[in-house]
Ligand binder design. Structure first.
Ligand code: MN
Length: 503
């Protein structure tokens, strides 16, 4: 798909539709800083690096996000990739922006291990590998949540991933599969959980050909011609439908046909034994009307003129989907007896379906200029609510119960080994707890520890996302007795006690 690159002029024009002059000047300053920091650096595609943060900022501008988020998105890679420090960002752009950048920088560590990317397809893996894979995906999802206290960090991360997927072709082949799989297993479900349908659909369709190349090609070949014929039909039906509803006095805002995303079509086909003729929403017709009453009136009018298919009427207005999605769905026998799926919703519902929690966030934001403290606490609250809903989709009911207790975020942390394995520990754990979690021999031989490459005292409290490295002696002197004063895990405690013959 050809892509036109975003320029700062495009971005500024978009932002000017909802920001004041002072905010625009602030954004321009952030852009200049990012431009200078990335100057002379090229992406793997050969484009100037600044194209990337600009594209990320543009995606977020389309969600009408606030000026700190846009500024942070422009600066999101400078700490990781250039010599700019977080403290200088804080000096120049304030604490809010530097915290957002720090959050995004830390999330760079949440990644699937490369070993998984050499496996051609999830379904072809052996059972053991599949279990390991599931476990790792689960840990990474949880880690992502535990590490994020401000949902705007996730917005930036999703926009970042979207542009990286759009430019994935230029990336080394061995990295592509891992990034695409991560997108499918971690980021698309997250976007879905947050109700951000447009991002979810794009991420899935971009990842699909890399993760399931054969399945993608097969579907693409089968659907291509059908899709065109279908679009022509829907275009014709759209006109008939619009005229009919207007004549009946429904103030229709818009009627349009939309082709189903390929990846979600593929998933759906698997439930219908691959029978394409059973998929009625290949191109669904979407009717947007002003009010909820108009939605139900439209549904009644449709059924009075075209027969509905029994059992296909769904009222997601009265009973929204778990991620907040609302609409009326029906399937009718349209002109020439063709079966058509129709979705009816208000403008606000449509906006929510496309933007999800980002739309909520923006609306509540623009209505009143609230104090930062108030906003932060609310943002965090909404965020937690969403996460709990997301976690609710996990399979294990016991795990779910434990997570739903609000302690989830305060009583455990996730850290990495230098090889990228995720280790789960109780909060306030120290490098000694980490060492014993790896193996009792490692604990007993531990002489020192590094966090993110820097040597730290052994009683240092670990933080989410830390990369922990344990140094061991060839002829260890055994665990120190005073470690008992700060270790958190039972495992560490009992090994130290055994060594010192304490009961
Ligand atoms: Mn980036």
């Amino acid at each position: 798909m050809p892509r036109s690159n975003t320029t700062f002029i495009d971005l500024r024009a978009k932002l000017a539709t909802y920001m004041n002059e002072q905010e625009l000047v602030f954004i321009e300053r952030a852009y200049d800083r990012a431009f200078a920091a990335h100057e002379g650096v090229k992406r793997e595609s050969g484009e100037p690096y600044i194209e990337h943060p600009l594209a990320v900022a543009m995606t977020l501008a389309n969600f009408s996000l606030d000026s700190p988020t846009i500024a942070a998105s422009l600066l999101h890679d400078v700490v990781e990739d250039t010599k700019v420090s977080l403290s200088s960002l804080e000096r120049e752009f304030g604490k809010e922006v530097s915290c957002l950048v720090a959050g995004v920088t830390k999330l760079q560590r949440v990644r699937l291990k490369p070993s998984f990317s050499f496996l051609p397809s999830f379904f072809q893996k052996r059972a053991e590998e599949a279990r390991n894979f599931e476990r790792q995906v689960e840990s990474l999802r949880k880690m992502l949540l535990a590490m994020t206290t401000d949902i705007r960090v996730i917005f930036i991360k999703l926009a970042d991933r979207l542009h990286n997927m759009q430019t994935l072709d230029a990336v080394r082949p061995d990295k592509r599969a891992r990034i695409a799989q991560e997108t499918l297993e971690i980021y698309a479900p997250l976007a879905n959980r947050l109700g951000m349908g447009s991002i979810k659909g794009q991420l899935e369709d971009l990842a699909f050909p890399y993760v399931y190349p054969h399945e993608y090609k097969d579907l693409h070949d089968r659907v291509g011609g059908k899709l065109t014929a279908r679009e022509v039909y829907v275009l014709r039906f759209q006109k008939i439908l619009t005229n009919f509803l207007q004549k009946e006095g429904v103030p229709v805002s818009s009627v349009h046909g939309r082709a189903k995303h390929l990846y979600s079509l593929w998933r759906k086909l698997q439930r219908y034994d691959g029978d394409l003729s059973k998929i009625y929403d290949l191109v669904a017709v979407r009717i947007i009307v002003p009010t909820v009453a108009d939605c139900y009136q439209t549904l009644g009018l449709l059924h009075s003129r075209w027969n509905p298919l029994i059992g296909r009427i769904k009222d997601y207005i009265a009973t929204p989907k778990p991620n907040g999605y609302q609409s009326l769905h029906t399937t009718i026998f349209g002109p020439d007896g063709e079966i058509v799926e129709i979705q009816i919703r208000t403008t606000e519902m449509h906006d929510l379906a496309e933007r999800g929690i980002a739309a909520h966030w923006h609306y509540s934001e623009s209505k009143h200029a609230k104090k930062v403290a108030e906003r932060e606490s609310r943002t965090k609250l909404e965020w937690l609510e969403e996460l709990h809903k997301w976690q609710a989709s996990l399979k294990d009911p016991n795990e779910l119960k434990r997570i739903l207790s609000l302690d989830f975020f305060s009583d455990q942390i996730f850290v990495f080994t230098p090889q990228g394995d995720v280790i789960k520990l109780p909060a306030k754990s120290t490098p000694i707890d980490f060492a014993y979690a790896i193996h009792s021999d490692v604990g007993n031989a531990c002489t020192g520890a590094k966090i993110d490459g820097k040597i730290v005292p052994l009683d240092t409290k670990l933080d989410n996302g830390d990369i922990v490295e344990i140094m061991t002696a060839k002829n260890p002197q055994g665990p120190k007795r005073d470690w008992l004063t700060f270790v958190q895990t039972q495992k560490a405690r009992s090994h130290i006690k055994v060594y010192h013959h304490l009961s």
